[in-house]
Design a protein around this ligand. Structure first.
Ligand code: PLP
Length: 377
């Protein structure tokens, strides 16, 4: 069967509808046209969903076919597929499979890290940074400290280094590129920072958006892992690969750090469709190139809209922009009234910044068109 993306979705819609449609003749099936969102897994029609940094291009057709092919075998636990994906990732990134730790999204691996290292001491992180994977460890009593940002809202490595001098610090968690700013730390600065850390401190660099960066090879901290440094990097299939709902992410770490992460994983958390999709997409270079280009094109439309509206955005190397407005919460509410969903204020310290994701081009254009009227409200 030739399973294209649209065809497979059509099939799913048809199957769902078929079970609810009765026909007077036994064995007859009435096929209705697919509804725009028959499943409830996507926003309602007409909504521009630009608030979660998702990627509308994915999953690639190769991944959708792999999921369809796998479906009948989903009664097995997926250990073999997990080993296969870890080996594939390790091969490309230059580490043995044992140094790749897969998770239910990169969030799970980061949560595991916080649980494991949180037992040893405090976790430091920049104040303006994605922190959702730490919410569960925080609920369990995690000790953590947030460190102030630099004046340009970049991560302040000097301030982090000073905070890291405290004897209780076990780990530093930072996102590079950062979310919500989209900004990238210069690789040389981050390498120097990592090398100067006391050996007892593990540096966790969340590279969820690294494949979207201007120069991923020159920006990643992977070489530090190759050199045996006390550094963990995490990556995800949610962004470049467009598979946020399939929940596959991973860490690359030293053998000892990888083993520690695995000890703190949620038991049997990986799902077979996600693994099948990730295995197919990992080698789908054409899709990855297309995905990167689509994201950069949408980002340019957002940037042009920001300039036209007479405001600014931080320099992003990701699939989102952090845009300066008069009042981010009022702005997000006004955008929502127009069916465009973006982020309000990240916290009380940053009331004027609203994050918008790249998304479907038509949605991004809608945002850019609405921006001039709302940026000063
Ligand atoms: N890390 C960062 C910096 C993110 O922005 C996100 C999601 O937006 C994640 C991790 C979580 O990704 P995943 O879907 O792999 O759990």
């Amino acid at each position: 069967m030739d399973v294209t993306r649209r065809g497979w979705l059509g099939l799913t819609g048809t199957a769902a509808v078929a079970s609810t449609v009765l026909n007077t003749r036994a064995n007859a099936i009435t096929i209705r046209p697919m509804l725009p969102d028959p499943t409830g897994f996507a926003p309602a029609p007409g909504i521009a969903h630009l608030k979660y940094n998702e990627n509308p291009l994915g999953p690639p057709a190769s991944a959708i076919k792999a999921m369809a092919d796998l479906a009948r075998s989903a009664w097995y636990y997926a250990d073999d597929a997990e080993a296969r994906l870890a080996a594939m990732i390790g091969k490309r990134l230059g580490v043995p499979a044992a140094q790749v730790v897969l998770g239910h999204g990169s969030s799970e691996v980061i949560t595991s890290a916080a649980l494991a290292w949180g037992r040893r001491g405090t976790i430091l992180m920049p104040a303006l940074q994605f922190d959702e994977p730490l919410l569960y460890p925080m609920a369990q009593g995690l000790n953590y400290r947030r460190v102030a940002m630099a004046p340009d809202l970049g991560i302040d490595l000097g301030a982090l280094a000073r905070a890291a001098a405290a004897p209780d610090v076990a780990m530093i968690y930072l996102c590079n590129p950062n979310n919500p700013t989209g900004m990238m730390l210069p690789a040389a600065d981050l390498i120097a920072f990592a090398k100067a850390l006391p050996p007892r401190i593990t540096l966790l660099v969340d590279e969820a958006y690294m494949e979207l960066a201007n120069d991923p090879a020159a920006s990643t901290m992977l070489p530090l892992v190759h050199n045996g440094a006390n550094v963990i990097i995490t990556r995800t299939f949610s962004k470049l690969f467009g598979m946020a709902g399939l929940r596959i992410g991973y860490a690359v770490a030293s053998p000892a750090n990888a083993a520690e992460l695995k000890r703190h994983r949620v038991t049997i958390s990986l799902n077979a469709p996600g693994l099948a999709a990730a295995i197919a997409a990992w080698d789908d270079g054409a899709f990855q190139t297309e995905s990167r280009s689509a994201i950069i094109a949408a980002r340019r439309v957002l940037q042009a809209g920001v300039a036209k509206a007479g405001t600014i955005a931080l320099p992003s190397q990701t699939n989102f922009l952090f845009v300066k407005v008069a009042d981010a919460n009022r702005f997000a509410a006004a955008m929502a009234q127009r069916g465009i969903l973006v982020r309000g204020a990240w916290g009380p310290a940053w009331p004027e910044w609203s994050r918008v994701s790249t998304g479907r081009m038509a949605d991004v254009e809608r945002y850019a068109a609405a921006l001039p009227a709302l940026v000063k409200i």
